[in-house]
Design a protein around this ligand. Sequence first.
Ligand SMILES: NC(=O)c1ccc[n+]([C@@H]2O[C@H](COP(=O)([O-])OP(=O)(O)OC[C@H]3O[C@@H](n4cnc5c(N)ncnc54)[C@H](OP(=O)(O)O)[C@@H]3O)[C@@H](O)[C@H]2O)c1
Length: 241
Amino acid sequence: MNAIITGSNRGIGKAMVEAFAAAGYNVLACARKATPEFEAWLNDTASRNNVQIKPVYFEMSDAESVTSGIKQILDENETVDVLVNNAGISTVGLLSMSKVEDIRKLFEVNYFAMLQIIQKVAKKMARQKKGSIINMGSIAGIEPQPGKIAYGSSKAAVMLMTQCLAKELGPMGIRVNAIAPGPIETEMIHQYNDEMLAKLASESALRRLGKREEIAQVALFLASEQASYINGEIIKVDGGR
Ligand SMILES: NC(=O)c1ccc[n+]([C@@H]2O[C@H](COP(=O)([O-])OP(=O)(O)OC[C@H]3O[C@@H](n4cnc5c(N)ncnc54)[C@H](OP(=O)(O)O)[C@@H]3O)[C@@H](O)[C@H]2O)c1
């Protein structure tokens, strides 16, 4: 079983590589740029779990780079069973302080690159008559908040795209689902100060932030045969906000 995971070099994506490798998947680990640490970690993870893990490098704000990275994957792998669209960027900014151009750039990564990847990978999955696509949404795309026009709107678009595609691709045997995490302990939330992090933790009924592994395990479930009748769902993973 082959799984593509974007944003695999850190944060939630890194935990996903660990989880999928431990479950026996061969992983196409997508990242922006090669580093010796990343490649050493991939080799170590592959040998610990007795699977193949191959890095694939492309820049998601550059459509040509995305095209060549995904082409490499599709040319080199006869089948692709799972696509996890995890990579994303987050910004906070009130309307009066936001440049439309910057919002456009965020959408290029969070929305358009994801759509581009799905368009290409879904063709192979359609030929296989089977596949599972998991998109990373966010509670920011469900709960309106000041300062989240760019990030929140991009994630809302991702989640509606997920549900539209579930209906379009379902007849071809492809399931499309999204995960909507609450605040998870990764570098992404380091834009907030300690007071804000404590507030975010207190908003969860479990009174804590989520762990990257807690998102990775949900992706693993959605990819698996145990989730074979789950399609078009947005799974909130937020400790009960
Ligand atoms: N953490 C949270 O609280 C939270 C909550 C809800 C949803 N999410 C979503 O979960 C996903 C993963 O978030 P995270 O917390 O793991 O974030 P993170 O630690 O900031 O990691 C983001 C990942 O996306 C990659 N990426 C960003 N821009 C890219 C680009 N232009 N081209 C290629 N790769 C790019 C990063 O690569 P580089 O290392 O090269 O930058 C990195 O691997 C995101 O979609 C995020 O929106 C996170």
